[in-house]
Design a protein around this ligand. Sequence first.
Ligand SMILES: [Zn+2]
Length: 146
Amino acid sequence: MVACTSGGNATIKVTRDACTPPSVTAEPSATAVQSNGIADAEALWRPRGVPALGVRAGVALEVRFQHAAPQFHGFYDDQESVIYINDQVTDPTALSIVIAHELGHAFGLVHVSPDLRTSLMNPGNLVVPPTDEDQRAIEALWGVCP
Ligand SMILES: [Zn+2]
């Protein structure tokens, strides 16, 4: 199953410092639920030491919602600075998890096999928020944010 074609390997070339996260904006046609999903994804990362998105200047990430096959939840396009989310993901909790997962890729996290541990970064994850181990993975890449 390919739930997200980002990560899982070394293909993420452009990553974003989790301690100076970019602005993340919804495409103009996004629904209220979709826009709220971005805020909810931010709220999932905040307790894990990631500062508010967009506090510091930088290249913004845009979240675009597009129709895709059910097994595709999202994709982080590091070259275009765009996060794509399947517009069939409409449950608010699942939506926040999928966006937080793609933000995880933007921060440089790769997929974690569910056989290894439960993680936000499990492929196809719709239910697991950032965990203690996910926080440690962020800190291993970027240090503990001030
Ligand atoms: Zn992924």
